[in-house]
Design a protein around this ligand. Structure first.
Ligand SMILES: *Cc1c(COP(=O)(O)O)cnc(C)c1O
Length: 489
């Protein structure tokens, strides 16, 4: 049994006069001022997430270091807040490396991941002498050896290994098994070690790396990755004839997207304060780091790479209801934000909780079908693909020998990944403002202009209560590439 210290965070969401507030700011007013759709970040929450994660990791292991996975949100304002809390940064491309350096991270605060790193990116990383390039394949390691030799430098690398652990909320975000595209299995690892031994003047294998997935809810998955690392690091060290200097356990720490009251197990259990009280990611990493101290000792540094758990709940998306209709008795609502702003809602059927930001006093009891504005049937905040597939499956499965209602129920849960309806106040109507909660991770990074839609504006409520613009809403001319602008008349 692992003793967990509870990490508490300040409240940030609230309600006042029927309006949703973030750090005390009235969000209905804010949307009035800045327009919709609008991402709103909380600097307080962002800073608290970063500092409590770092603190918990250090309490568990005195040589723990935390590198923010910048693909979760690489807006420079966000990176600046994260850096001020003492975190390093994890980058996934030359572009992210460039942004990291631009905002002031120094090379030994940067680790670089990626499955297909290009020669110019490797030149950039090796040239700057970053903390570690996490090597995804034996092929890549020989490419790194070539580049380092040509530059007359030593590349500091860590070997990314497949631990065979299937953490992560959906198949698309599981990264720890050989069915995913990431990292080296045992055979490939041996090939990589041979390359490392052949190029001692170009390659310094300083560490090993793994990352099992995103939104990993199960502690045993994380603890298994610690035990795996203990075994694997010993083997690598033996093969190289020297100990590893750091062991990178990756990210994947979860947040509570459902915001349910303790004990409640359906939509009705939503409670603004249910999650503000504690920080599951910090509690988990504290226990993982403590396990690392026991199983891996204190000689090597322990790295963590959280992304989602740093930024997801530090922002919400305000979106206006633009239209409605009824199909039979079911009311439908049409928002001004769709998967153009939240790609994961379509790509991996991600659940974002919705509240009516202007009717916080009314009970959220009426079911609505909620959809986005795009000219695409898939632009729904329910799982339209899953519902169609389920209809076809159910017709074929029910009545078959051995297919019990329990099995049917299980297949349905696996097939239809989002609730059919959202519960909102009965009076919810066009003109109302909906808040999609926990939309700070993998959102700004994944916005696009499909259907001629402008990418959203984003602001941050600062600790001093000023409101800073993180990015402007696209202007109409931003819909054109410079090569198209020549055609403007
Ligand atoms: C995406 C990624 C992370 C961050 O994952 P989260 O689930 O956002 O914490 C960390 N490490 C690597 C290698 C990644 O690809």
């Amino acid at each position: 049994m692992i003793a967990m210290t509870e990490h508490h965070l300040p409240d940030y969401l609230g309600a006042k006069g029927g309006h949703l507030t973030l750090d005390g700011h009235d969000l209905v007013d804010l949307a009035q001022e800045h327009g919709s759709p609008l991402f709103v970040f909380s600097e307080r929450r962002l800073a608290a997430n970063a500092s409590s994660f770092l603190k918990a990791a250090r309490q568990g292991h005195k040589r723990a270091r935390v590198f923010f996975a910048s693909k979760a949100c690489s807006n420079l304002h966000v990176l600046k807040v994260i850096r001020a809390q003492g975190l390093g940064i994890e980058v996934n491309s030359g572009g992210e490396l460039w942004k990291a350096l631009a905002v002031g991270f120094v090379p030994n605060e940067i680790v670089f991941n990626g499955v297909a790193k290009m020669v110019p990116e490797l030149e950039q990383a090796i040239g700057h002498g970053i903390q570690a390039i996490n090597v995804d394949s034996a092929f890549e390691l020989s490419r790194i050896a070539e580049v380092a030799t040509r530059l007359g430098k030593i590349a500091t690398v860590a070997l990314r290994v497949v631990p065979g652990i299937g953490g992560g909320a959906t198949a698309g975000i599981q990264t720890g098994s050989e069915r995913s595209k990431f990292g080296m299995g045992q055979e490939e690892l041996q090939a990589a070690l041979a390359i490392a031994r052949n190029f001692p003047k170009a390659l310094d294998v300083a560490g090993m790396h793994l990352h099992i997935g995103s939104q990993v809810l199960d502690m045993p998955d994380f603890l298994e990755s610690v035990s795996f690392t203990a075994r694997q690091a010993r083997e690598i060290a033996a093969s190289l004839g020297k100990p590893l200097k750091h062991l990178n356990l990756g990210g994947g720490y979860p947040i509570d997207y459902a915001h349910r009251r303790k004990g409640a197990n359906n939509n009705d259990g939503f409670d603004l304060s249910a999650f503000a009280a504690d920080h599951p990611a910090a509690n988990m990493v504290g226990a993982v780091a403590a396990a690392a101290a026991r199983e891996l000792g204190n000689e090597a540094e322990i790295f963590f790479e959280p992304g989602r758990s740093m930024v997801a709940d530090a922002a919400l998306l305000l979106t206006r209801i633009e239209s409605q209709r009824k199909r039979g008795t079911m009311p439908w609502l049409y928002l001004d934000a769709g998967y153009n702003l939240l790609m994961d809602s379509a790509a991996v059927r991600w659940y974002y909780h919705m509240v009516n930001a202007g009717r916080m006093d009314a009970p959220a009891e009426t079911p609505f079908r909620v959809v986005g504005p795009l000219c695409d049937s898939a632009d729904c905040f329910f799982d339209v693909e899953g519902e169609y597939l389920w209809q076809a499956l159910e017709a074929r499965l029910s009545g078959l020998a051995g297919v019990t209602p329990e099995i049917l129920g299980e297949i349905r849960t696996q097939t239809v990944r989002l609730p059919e309806t959202r519960r909102l106040p009965a009076a919810t109507a066009p003109g109302d403002l909906i808040a999609l909660l926990d939309t700070g991770a993998y959102s700004l990074e994944e916005m696009f202009q499909y259907c001629g839609r402008q990418r959203a504006k984003a602001v941050m409520i600062m600790q001093d209560d000023s409101v800073v613009t993180l990015r402007e809403r696209d202007r109409p001319e931003d819909l054109l590439d410079p090569a198209e602008r020549a055609l403007l008349i």
